[in-house]
Design a protein around this ligand. Sequence first.
Ligand SMILES: [Fe+2]
Length: 180
Amino acid sequence: MAKTSSTAKVRKLQEAPILFPTDLGEKASKDISAAMDSILADVFALYLKTKNFHWHVSGPHFRDYHLMFDDQGAELFAMTDPIAERVRKLGGTTLRSIGNIARLQRIKDNDADFVEPSDMLAELCQDNIHLTARMREAHEICDQYNDTATASLIEEWIDQTEKRAWFLFETSRKIDSAGH
Ligand SMILES: [Fe+2]
């Protein structure tokens, strides 16, 4: 009887929607998790768009763009696991499905049959700039709660995202006849 009772207690604890205890507190956990889950949805959306363009790009710069989009896609995908695990370390829950991503993403999909290569560069550049802005907002939330670990991860990701935007912008520049 005692054994059943303690098993039931453990089950109840396992089923309860309590957050993993951290010194940051429940409100910090909820607020930072919500911000980072939205960032994660944006990163997945941008990852897939970048790969979409990697697969569908055409034209005289095919090789350069195809390779650059692949590098950028790999960088975005590498962000996903650390973001999700950071949320779990804070006691939050993270994304579970493609549908979950679709409900949270702020980066718009591009399902067009054909996209001009120059439009691919411009759209990805803008998306990366938007992602930077969203990460700055998340960083402010982390600062409010003194969550230095999430903040320092975000700082590195902002640098990577700004680098992607820079590469996309410079690649999209038109050169004049003098080569400038
Ligand atoms: Fe590929």
